[in-house]
Design a protein around this ligand. Structure first.
Ligand SMILES: [Zn+2]
Length: 237
């Protein structure tokens, strides 16, 4: 039976929710570096893993390719993206442009309970930093990205929020490829300083600290072309 106009307006399309779920799960795996740059993502494997049809899996991979997280190669299939040094520089340049703006919007709207939530995130990040093991490392990487994503959520701009989802995930790929230290994507105590400036309503200082923080993450990258792990080898199934 064809759904009525009302049904269409109220019910979510199960295919859309299905692709969204796969997109979010793969994006999370990329952020937490469970999936490395260049990993093959076959439609049938993705379909089996999430218990969906190949068509739905293909739609999810296609959508992730629009976010720059997956590269779809003709006749070869889909792979986790393998950002070049140039793309890496552009990703961080984009962060330097958008994050101070997000920070200003967020600081203007932030409520005391949201400040508490941010503090909780920082505590969690600090606790994980002191722990050993891969699970703690992944959780710490996730928590450090969440600080930036939570600010975007507080800003109340859904478009900026989606943009930050993409930028944080793409940063994770860049750090996995070019990062020199083993610390998390942020890895410093700078989130705390940013939060203190927000609490004091010192927005100029908060923005200055954010730019410094992004520069600090970027300074840890060695953006030389990886000759030894060439693009071709990295895309080998
Ligand atoms: Zn950070």
């Amino acid at each position: 039976m064809k759904p009525t106009a009302t049904a269409l307006q109220t019910a979510e399309d199960p295919a859309d929710t299905g692709t969204q779920k796969i997109r979010d799960a793969i994006r999370d795996a990329i952020v937490e570096r469970r999936l490395s740059p260049g990993t093959k993502l076959s439609e049938s494997d993705v379909g089996n893993l999430f218990n969906v049809s190949r068509t739905l899996a293909r739609a999810a991979l296609q959508a992730l390719s629009y976010e720059g997280l997956v590269s779809v190669e003709k006749n070869r299939g889909a792979f986790v993206a393998y950002p070049s040094p140039d793309e890496a520089r552009q990703i961080f340049a984009a962060r330097r442009l958008v994050e101070p703006g997000i920070l200003r919007e967020a600081a203007a709207r932030v409520t005391p309970s949201q400040i508490q939530h941010l503090k909780q995130l920082l505590l969690e990040e600090g606790r994980l930093m002191g722990e050993r093991g891969q699970t703690a490392r992944r959780a710490e990487i996730k928590a450090s990205g969440d600080f930036h994503l939570t600010l975007a959520a507080i800003s109340g701009n859904a478009i900026m929020q989606r943009f930050m989802d993409e930028l944080v995930a793409r940063s994770s790929l860049v750090i996995a490829l070019y990062g020199q230290s083993t610390i998390s994507s942020c890895g410093h105590s700078e989130h705390g300083d940013i939060l203190v400036a927000i609490e004091r309503s010192d927005l100029d200082e908060a923005c200055r600290l954010m730019l410094h923080h992004i520069a600090h993450i970027e300074a840890d990258l060695d953006l030389r072309e990886r000759k030894s792990v060439g693009l071709k080898e990295a895309f080998e199934p």
